[in-house]
Design a protein around this ligand. Structure first.
Ligand SMILES: [Zn+2]
Length: 317
């Protein structure tokens, strides 16, 4: 539907959806973890201790009842892990689920939002995501995995699922165990109706969110043949779709543009606005921006006007 992706209004909340305390394998106490994220400018925190719901209140943070639960990993040794965001109870008995779908369905049935953790780090494959229709989405960026092992970015898994028709949502997280060492590398901006845990979960379920490791997405306006993006200063803005397809503009004139133009530059010559013309056969797209330090932000995928009306293109097979 044409219009701004963020048109509904509300309040933008900076959220950390993956973190640990001494109630599982994290270093900080629950109170110390909350203080750390509040001091760092966050609005909301999900403490996702392994198989433990850490119940704590904080005067400056919205604390979202959550945990990190496990299921058998179909593709690698170890287990698959899923964030049970917005769920204040635990399964009985406390043992891994037989598969990811059973775990995701358990979370959904309790009003929570299930996000698959770090698919790249866990050795998961896109078929594992596709076999779990109850998943709301996945961590496309896990800061802890990235700084420890360089495998925190799971956008290939994401694009593969999108290409096959599963418009999964993406979040970015820290997976913080030691504040100050593995914190501040990934977070998710949520456009909530109000500053409450229930409103954050509702907005997340509806896709009114985007992940970031630094840049801000200020607006995405979808028109009949074009998409307009406004953002904090970045060196590139890209509109992703299926294989072979995408658009991109760059602050560096030597890198050129493809199916798009820069609409706004800041005084340092960085891009703050871009317009793209997309082919009519595209069914979905997502926006990805990258700042001067290589830090990215990723919009959720959105359906384009005319999608499903049928013309085949390279990205619809
Ligand atoms: Zn974790």
């Amino acid at each position: 539907m044409p219009g701004s992706l963020f048109r509904e209004g509300g309040v933008w909340l900076r959220c950390q959806f993956h973190s640990h305390t001494t109630n599982s394998d994290g270093m900080p106490s629950p109170a110390a973890l909350c203080d750390h994220y509040a001091d760092a400018g966050f609005d909301a925190l999900a403490i996702t201790d392994h198989w433990h719901v850490t119940d704590v209140d904080h005067d400056r943070l919205v604390v979202i009842p959550s945990s990190e639960l496990t299921a058998a990993n179909p593709s690698a040794h170890g287990e698959a892990e899923v964030l049970a965001l917005g769920v204040s109870e635990l399964p009985e008995p406390s043992q891994p689920f037989p598969d990811i779908e059973a775990l995701a369905a358990w979370i959904t049935a309790r009003g929570g939002v299930p996000f698959l953790c770090h698919p790249y780090w866990s050795g998961l494959r896109v078929d594992d995501l596709l076999a779990a229709p109850s998943l709301a989405g996945l961590e496309i960026w896990n800061g802890g995995s990235e700084i420890m092992q360089g495998n925190g970015l799971s956008t290939v898994h994401w694009d593969d699922a999108l290409q096959q028709g599963r418009l999964l949502m993406g979040i970015a997280t820290d997976d913080c165990h030691t504040p100050g060492e593995d914190s501040g590398f990934g977070w998710t901006w949520v456009l909530a109706q109000e500053r409450s845990a229930a409103a954050v979960i509702d907005a997340l379920r509806r896709g009114r969110a985007y992940g970031s490791a630094g840049p801000r997405l200020l607006d995405i306006v979808i028109e009949e043949e074009s998409v307009v993006v406004r953002c904090s200063p970045v060196r590139s803005v890209r509109l992703r779709s299926g294989p072979w397809d995408g658009c991109g503009v760059n602050a560096d004139p030597a890198m050129g543009n493809w199916r798009g133009e820069v609409c706004e530059l800041d005084t340092a010559g960085l891009v703050t606005g871009a317009r793209f013309e997309y082919p009519e056969f595209w069914r979905w797209a997502r926006v990805e921006v990258e700042d001067e330090r290589g830090r990215r932000a990723w919009s959720n995928p959105f359906v384009l006007p005319g999608a499903g009306e049928g013309t085949d293109g390279p990205n619809t097979s």
